[in-house]
Design a protein around this ligand. Structure first.
Ligand SMILES: Cc1ncc(COP(=O)(O)O)c(C=O)c1O
Length: 383
């Protein structure tokens, strides 16, 4: 596998704790670097030394730098960033705070993340399905017509799908929706740190632990400035009192009681990502995806699910379809127990409107080697 220069990617591995596992599971959770782990532990100790609230106040500049960097990556001003606990929590917060009428419609794609469909139904929203081409990419002409004729309360798009390599052209879709005055929310749980996520969304949210390799238990919401004053955060009077004059009301979306050490760890992970170069990481991950699919192309008993190479660019997620009746959950367990290879058994509930059967998901980060992929190839049972 060549993608010169190789050095930053070797360094990426070297910055992490030594491991005998072959990690091909970034779409579930990336491996944090020592620096990130130290930031989390160091901050936790600081809470014990100074008192937790004093430590939080002292960490203000670190958190502010993290908000700015995340704002850059997500295409919003730093004041539009709120830290929450996960991408799921972010969606819940947005659904509560956005000025939505009862019975409003949200428009989604067939590849929509299953738990998001449940969250929309719980909020009492009607769900409309947007048209796609044969590969599952959004049909932009059909979208233009749809939002002009039957504008929904908002369009919700997954920047990168969870279960297969599918990157939606969300910036183009946002442009079309905005012409019709329809807001766009983007689920960037699989997109942040992986593909370009600055897409002019009205709201975009993600999680720390996947492609950015931050800690678990932290998520992020980014809201475009035109919406800041229209949100209705469910914050207590006490929390509202804590908001300094001039501070963005988006901060009221944050949970007041939180694992601040995790947020500090995310800020460290984002700083590392920025130091590596987000554009370089994106192009390396696109190459990693292509090379993974090539390496597994003709592995007996498995079919590589095709990756549409549209305008949206590359993706480091690979999905393998069991072609000989293998049980994906059992294969995932076997790879882990006998070969120390970490993968995901992607069940159909991830994308219930599209998936017909479970896939084995392979999602290496930038440091994957040809040897790792060859080892996976040898370990995959053909029947
Ligand atoms: C596309 C997508 N959306 C949302 C989520 C939920 O993220 P979290 O586990 O941080 O709530 C995931 C998690 O895998 C995902 O893949």
């Amino acid at each position: 596998m060549t993608n010169p220069p190789d050095e930053p990617w070797r360094r990426f591995k070297g910055l992490r704790p030594l491991s005998t596992f072959v990690h091909l599971d970034t779409a579930a959770a990336g491996r944090s670097s020592r620096q990130t782990l130290t930031a989390v532990a160091g901050y936790a100790e600081r809470e014990s030394v100074t008192g937790a609230y004093v430590a939080a106040a002292q960490a203000g500049p670190v958190l502010a730098a993290g908000r700015s960097a995340l704002g850059e990556l997500l295409g919003v001003e730093a004041g539009g960033i709120a830290f929450v606990e996960s991408a799921t929590a972010a969606l819940g917060v947005l659904l509560r705070a956005w000025p939505l009428m009862a019975g409003s419609t949200v428009a989604v794609l067939p590849s929509e993340w299953g738990p998001a469909l449940d969250a929309f139904a719980d909020r009492g929203l009607r769900i409309a399905t947007l048209a796609v081409d044969g590969s599952g990419l959004i049909d932009l002409d059909a979208l233009r017509q749809f939002v002009a004729m039957t504008p929904p309360a908002f369009v919700h798009l997954n920047l990168v799908a969870s279960h297969r390599p599918l990157v939606q052209p969300v910036a183009a879709a946002a442009g079309i929706c905005h012409e019709a005055g329809v807001p766009v929310w983007v689920d960037a749980a699989q997109g942040l740190g992986h593909v370009d996520a600055a897409c002019d969304a009205d709201a975009i949210y993600a999680t720390s632990r996947k492609w950015l390799c931050g800690p678990r238990g932290v998520g992020v919401i980014a809201v475009a400035s035109s919406w800041w004053r229209r949100l209705r955060p469910r914050a207590s009077e006490m929390d509202r009192d804590l908001l300094a004059p001039g501070e963005s009301p988006v901060l009221l979306l944050e949970s007041h009681e939180a694992h601040i050490a995790g947020r500090i760890g995310l800020c460290a992970a984002v700083a590392e990502h920025v130091a590596l170069g987000p554009a370089q990481v994106r192009s390396r991950l696109a190459a990693v995806g292509r090379l993974t699919r090539e390496a597994l192309a003709d592995v007996p008993g498995w079919e590589v699910v095709e990756a549409p190479e549209g305008s949206a660019g590359g993706c480091a997620i690979t999905a393998l379809r069991p072609a000989a009746g293998q049980k994906v959950a059992a294969v995932r367990a076997l790879l882990l127990a006998e070969h120390q290879i970490v993968t995901t058994a992607a069940v159909t509930a991830r994308a219930p409107r599209e998936m017909k059967e479970p896939y084995l998901r392979i999602s290496p980060h930038v440091d994957v080697t040809p040897e790792d992929l060859a080892m996976l190839r040898r370990a995959l049972p053909s029947s």
